[in-house]
Design a protein around this ligand. Structure first.
Ligand SMILES: [Mg+2]
Length: 492
C-alpha cells in the first residue's frame, strides 16, 4: 500500500518536472509578447535575447537560468532604457546639477509587530536629484530606499543605504536622468557620460539601486509630463486597498480589523507565528462579517525548531479551512519541501488557498525553484528587493510564464515609495490583492502627498487611486522633509 502511494507520488513529481521543463522550453524558445503593453513586449524581447554561444551545449532549462536570468542588476537597466527610449518620445536633455541624500525618521501612528521584530518609527533613506532642463528649468526628483532600520529582513539597513548613496552622489552630477537609470552596473545609456562597474565598487545594494532608479524615473516622468503608471504600462486606474495587521492578542487584532473594515478595507493580512495562529485567526474571522478576504503572513516562522513540518502543515490547512485565502511565507525560505507538502495538502482537500512566497522569492532563480518543486502558487513582488521597478516587472513576467499568481508587497514605505508601488500594482498582471494602503495607515507625518483613496458609498470597498501626476510623486513638503531629516549629505 505504502509502496503504491510512493509510486504515485514519484510519478506525480516526475510528471510535474516534465511539465516544468516544457514551460521553460517554451520560455526559452518562443518568448512571444503576450500582451499589447510596451513593457511586456520589451521585457519579452530582453528575456528572449540570444543565448551566448558557450551555453549552447547545456540542457534547455540550464540555458534559461543562465541566459535569461543574469544577475538582476544587469536586467534592470536594460529593460528600463528600452522602456524609456522605445515607447515614446522623451526629453533627454535635463541633467543633474545637485544630489541630496537624506536619512529620515518618520513617526508611526502605531507599531507593527511581526515575527522578525517590531517597527515603531520608520527610518528610511531618500535621494533627491536636482535636474536642470532647457525646456523645464530646475526641478527636483526623488527616490526612496525601503531599507529598514536594521539588517535581517532587508539586506541593507537604512544607514547603510544612506552611506552608499552618499558615496556615489557626486558621480551622478552632470548626468542625464535616462543615463542614471543605467548606473547600477550597466553600459546601456545613451550619449554622454556613463557609469561603469568599476566606478561603483562596491556596487549598490538592491534597495539603494531601487532608490536611484525611482529618482531617475521621477525625473524623466516630470520632464515629459508622464506618470509612472503610464510609463510602466499600468492600465488600471484604481485597485483594492489591502492592509497588514500586526501580531497581538485576539481582542487587539479584532479591534484593529474592526477599524480597518469600517474604513472600507476588504482584504486584511494577519501576521501569525507559532502559538498565535488557528485560535487567533478563528476568533478574529468569527468576529467579522463574511465579505472580507483574509490572508495570513508568518514571515517564515514555522521552521523545524519552532514546530515540526507535519504539525505546521496541519496548522496551515486549518487556517485555509477557516476561510483564509492566502498563506504568505509559512515556512523558512529554504524549506521548499514543507511548501510542497502544503501545496499538495491544500489541493487534495480542494481548498482554494494560495501559498505565497515572499522572503523565499528573493531572486529569479529562487522563483524558478519554487515553481519546479511546486512549493508556492504565488509570489509577493517587492520592487526594492529586486533592485527597482524594471527588475520587478521582469519578475512579474517570469511568474506569469511559470503560472504563479503575483501580488505587490509593501515595506512600510513613505507616500513616495507607496506611489511607486501603486503605479506598479496597477499593472494588470497583479492578480492577488497586495499590501497597498495610504501612508497614513502607519505614518503620523510624511513629506510626500499621500495616495488618494475612493470608497463607493458607505460599506463599499476602499480603492487606492493609481497616481496620475507626472513622475512618481508631486514634490515633498520641504518643511516636513527638513523636520524629519536625521542625517543629510548634499553634493553639487
Ligand atoms: Mg510578507
Amino acid at each position: 500500500m505504502l509502496e503504491g502511494v510512493r509510486h504515485v507520488r514519484r510519478q506525480r513529481v516526475r510528471s510535474s518536472r516534465e511539465e516544468f521543463r516544457e514551460k521553460l522550453e517554451t520560455f526559452a524558445v518562443e518568448c512571444p509578447p503576450k500582451t499589447e503593453t510596451p513593457v511586456i513586449q520589451l521585457i519579452s524581447s530582453i528575456l528572449g535575447q540570444t543565448a551566448p554561444a558557450e551555453l549552447s551545449s547545456k540542457p534547455v532549462h540550464e540555458k534559461v537560468k543562465l541566459a535569461h536570468h543574469p544577475p538582476i542588476s544587469a536586467i534592470s537597466p536594460a529593460v528600463t532604457n528600452s522602456l524609456l527610449t522605445g515607447s515614446g518620445s522623451y526629453d533627454h536633455a535635463g541633467e543633474v546639477t545637485a544630489v541630496d541624500v537624506r536619512l529620515l525618521t518618520l513617526p508611526m501612528r502605531e507599531a507593527l509587530a511581526a515575527d522578525h521584530g517590531t517597527t515603531s518609527t520608520r527610518s528610511l533613506t531618500v535621494i533627491g536629484l536636482k535636474i536642470m532642463s532647457q525646456t523645464n528649468g530646475s526641478t527636483w526628483a526623488w527616490g526612496e530606499s525601503a531599507a529598514l532600520a536594521t539588517t535581517g529582513y532587508s539586506a541593507e539597513s537604512a544607514e547603510q543605504s544612506f552611506a552608499a548613496l552618499s558615496a556615489m552622489a557626486s558621480r551622478l552630477i552632470g548626468r542625464r536622468p535616462v543615463d542614471i537609470i543605467s548606473v547600477p552596473g550597466s553600459h546601456a545609456g545613451q550619449d554622454g557620460p556613463k557609469a561603469t562597474d568599476a566606478e561603483l565598487d562596491p556596487p549598490l545594494g538592491s534597495l539603494s539601486s531601487a532608490a536611484v532608479e525611482m529618482a531617475a524615473l521621477d525625473a524623466v516622468g516630470t520632464l515629459n509630463g508622464r506618470s509612472l503608471a503610464e510609463m510602466l504600462g499600468s492600465a488600471n486606474s484604481r485597485i483594492p486597498a489591502g492592509a497588514a495587521v500586526g501580531l497581538g492578542s485576539p481582542d487587539g487584532v479584532a479591534a484593529a480589523c474592526d477599524r480597518l473594515i469600517a474604513s472600507g478595507y476588504r482584504r486584511l493580512k494577519l501576521k501569525i507565528q507559532p502559538g498565535h495562529d488557528v485560535e487567533l485567526v478563528g476568533e478574529v474571522i468569527a468576529s467579522q462579517e463574511s465579505d472580507v478576504d483574509w490572508h495570513v503572513d508568518a514571515n517564515g516562522s514555522y521552521n523545524d525548531e519552532a514546530v515540526g513540518t507535519s504539525d505546521a502543515v496541519g496548522v496551515m490547512v486549518k487556517l485555509a479551512e477557516l476561510g483564509v485565502t492566502a498563506i504568505e511565507q509559512p515556512f523558512a525560505p529554504q524549506d521548499l519541501s514543507a511548501g510542497s507538502q502544503l501545496v499538495s495538502s491544500l489541493a487534495e482537500r480542494q481548498l482554494n488557498c494560495q501559498v505565497v512566497a515572499d522572503e523565499g522569492a528573493a531572486t529569479a532563480e529562487a522563483i524558478i525553484r519554487l515553481s519546479e518543486q511546486e512549493a508556492a502558487t504565488a509570489v509577493t513582488v517587492k520592487p526594492s528587493r529586486y533592485g527597482g521597478l524594471a527588475a520587478a516587472l521582469s519578475m512579474v513576467e517570469l511568474c506569469r510564464r511559470l503560472g504563479l499568481a503575483v501580488s505587490a508587497g509593501g515595506m512600510i514605505e513613505s507616500a513616495l515609495g507607496r506611489r511607486s508601488l501603486a503605479a506598479l500594482a496597477g499593472h494588470p498582471a497583479f492578480s492577488l490583492t497586495g499590501d497597498l494602503s495610504p501612508s497614513s495607515r502607519w505614518m503620523a507625518m510624511d513629506p510626500w502627498p499621500d495616495l488618494a483613496t475612493h470608497q463607493a458609498g458607505s460599506g463599499g470597498t476602499l480603492m487606492v487611486e493609481i497616481p496620475s501626476e507626472p513622475g512618481v510623486a508631486p514634490p515633498p513638503d520641504v518643511d516636513v522633509l527638513d523636520q524629519l531629516t536625521a542625517n543629510r549629505f548634499f553634493s553639487d
